[in-house]
Unconditional design. Structure first.
Length: 278
């Protein structure tokens, strides 16, 4: 299985900050790594010993608030930052503080993509040498299967495929799990295909109706994110995920290490360091 993803512009969200002075990079690094979200209390209570206000040790300081109810807020970001503040949930694991951006909003960070179906205009450039139909062109690899399969209704005995991809940054889905929920309440886990975010469930009942697709990423917070489907069951579902929103960051999620003096420090090249404020 290798359905082609619709072509999209892939922008590196933090690339423009590489040219900033070091103090500005220090302040914008946090904003580059975690997305903005409005605060809605949906977090678990966290360690009250760390609940406090902090300021980064930098030429241009950034403020951090850790609340006992498990919410965090990063604010006072410089004008060059992509967002004025960042919120989410935080938790303590030993000497580490782990941030789950956007978890306070319940945002799923995934969406279904339905590309335009193939037409005669797509077929004409590849016709010839035995290729006279769209199906023949797809089978020969001359046209993207995704633009056909995502519109075709699944027939009895056919597998259901899911393709996970990130169109913004281009980060791989990693060790994600994909689950299909059927109309009868069953939840069946799809098996990973050849990699690159491809999944398949071949042992579906002949009359199976998919009503929801669940994706569980291996990044905190580890929870299943659901997309409901109201149309007829298709051969292929293309799922675009927001790598920043789900925490799929290079090197894992942003964490801070608790220091002996109660300050918080990140193991990043810029060594972000937060100290408590009165």
């Amino acid at each position: 299985m290798n359905p082609e993803i619709p072509a999209r512009h892939r922008a590196e969200p933090c690339a423009r900050f590489a040219r900033l002075p070091r103090c500005a990079r220090l302040c914008t690094l946090v904003a580059c790594l975690i997305p903005a979200a409005s605060a809605v209390a949906a977090c678990k209570p966290a360690d009250p010993a760390l609940a406090a206000r902090y300021a980064s040790v930098a030429e241009v300081p950034v403020s951090l608030s850790l609340h006992q109810d498990g919410r965090f807020r990063i604010y006072d970001l410089p004008a060059a930052a992509p967002t004025p503040e960042v919120t989410g949930c935080w938790s303590r694991d030993g000497d580490r503080v782990i941030f789950a951006p956007g978890a306070d909003t319940g945002g799923e960070g995934i969406q279904r993509v339905l590309p335009d179906p193939l037409t005669q205009a797509d077929l004409d450039p590849v016709r010839g040498d035995g290729i006279e139909t769209i199906a023949q062109a797809v089978d020969a690899g001359l046209l993207p299967a995704g633009r056909v399969w995502s519109h075709q209704v699944r027939k009895p005995g056919e597998p259901v495929r899911v393709k996970l991809f990130d169109s913004k940054v281009g980060i791989a889905a990693g060790e994600a799990k994909v689950v299909l929920r059927l109309a009868d309440g069953q939840e069946l886990e799809a098996s990973a295909g050849t990699g690159d975010g491809e999944y398949e469930l071949a042992s579906l009942p002949a009359d199976a109706v998919v009503t929801a697709i669940g994706v569980r990423f291996s990044y905190p917070p580890e929870r299943t994110r659901w997309l409901t489907t109201t149309d007829s069951t298709k051969r292929l579902y293309l799922i675009d995920f927001d790598a920043l929103a789900v925490g799929a960051l290079p090197g894992g999620p942003l964490t801070l290490t608790v220091q002996a003096d109660g300050s918080l420090r990140a193991d990043t090249p810029d060594r972000i360091h937060f100290k408590r404020t009165p």
